[in-house]
Each structure stands twice: as C-alpha cells, then as structure tokens.
Design a protein around this ligand. Structure first.
Ligand code: ZN
Ligand code: ZN
Length: 191
C-alpha cells in the first residue's frame, strides 16, 4: 500500500484517500479527500452564488468545475486577494497552461510584495554585511594590504592616472577657494 502525505493536515494516508489530478507529478492532488472536501465546503459557504452557478453547470454535464471557473474569470476578470480590485487577467501572473491558473494576487501587488520583501531583507542585513566586511578587513589586514599592493603594481598606469586626476581636482578646489574668479574661468576654458 503506497501512502502519501497530505499537504494540509500532514497525515500520511493511502493513495486512495486522494483525488486524482492529471497535471500533478504523481497524478494525485496534494490534499487528501477529507481536506479537499472541507476546503470546498468553506469556499461554498464564502461564495454561495458562484457555488450555485458551478453546481448548475455541473449538473448540465457539459463542463468541468475548472472550465466554468476559467471561463468566468476570462470574461469578467479576477479579484486580487491583496488589493481587492477586479482586474483583467493580463494583470495576473499565468502559472500553468494545462491547469489554466492565474495568481491570486495581481501583478502590481506581487511586485510590491517582492519590493517590500527586498527592502526588509536589505534593512535586516545592512548592519550584518557591513560588520562582516569590517571584520574581514580587520582579520585579514595583511592580506588586504598585499592585494592592494599587488593591484597597484599591476595597474601602475591606471593608478598613476587616477592619482594625477585626484591631485589636479584637489589642486583646482584649493585654487577655487583661494583664487580669483578670472582664474577659475581660465581653468574651465582650458578643459
Ligand atoms: Zn488532509
Ligand atoms: Zn492587487
């Protein structure tokens, strides 16, 4: 007897306790029958009108529940579960061509969520990263120095050019501070 763990209740159950689902890897739903029924019951309670429409279409025997639902959202769009706005399907992420599924939250809400997550992650790791870098430099002071020295030796031209530029820039700043406006103009003209 092969068993499978239900993704909802976590119990390992006989495979017969799972509904079939063609698009999944093992051909079965991830939730057990009991959990699926409970989930469906909750959905019916929350969406009595849609449940009625689905039941009607089903009793006519022409379409599956998924097809009816897909046709409906294709026609009227989908309500985002985050911002609650009814939007066209192009505003949602399309997941699976076979199962015809769209994300529950719209693209802009998904993007916001991603940005928010990134921001939080950066904020949480900002100090950590800086401290890590400082710690590394302290611990490997000699190594860092050697790397720097090697770089200077290998890139003498570049480094010299950079130093010259830096020197000129700072010289100019000094002149700007102490010099007359005429001098500044002349220097600008030369550039
Ligand atoms: Zn279950
Ligand atoms: Zn949204």
């Amino acid at each position: 007897m092969e068993t499978k763990k239900c993704s909802k209740c976590g119990e390992a159950k006989d495979q017969a306790e799972f509904f079939r689902m063609k698009s999944s890897k093992d051909g079965l739903q991830s939730q057990c029958k009991k959990c699926t029924r409970e989930c469906h019951k909750a959905w019916v309670a929350a969406n009595p009108d849609r449940a009625k429409a689905l039941g009607k279409a089903r009793s006519c025997g022409e379409r599956t529940v998924r097809e009816v639902e897909t046709a409906r959202i294709k026609a009227v769009g989908k309500t985002c579960c985050v911002c609650g706005e009814l939007k066209h399907l192009s505003e949602f992420e399309f997941f699976d061509t076979r199962a015809q599924r769209w994300s529950d939250d719209c693209l802009s809400c998904r993007k916001n969520k991603r940005l928010e997550h990134q921001r939080k992650y950066r904020a949480a790791n900002k100090g950590v990263k800086a401290a890590e870098n400082a710690r590394y430099r302290n611990k490997n002071r000699e190594k860092v120095k050697a790397i720097k020295k090697l770089y200077v030796e290998n890139n003498r031209e570049k480094v010299n050019a950079y130093r010259r530029e830096w020197y000129m820039k700072n010289k100019q700043t000094k002149n700007l501070q102490g010099g007359t406006p005429c001098e500044t103009d002349k220097q600008k003209g030369e550039k």
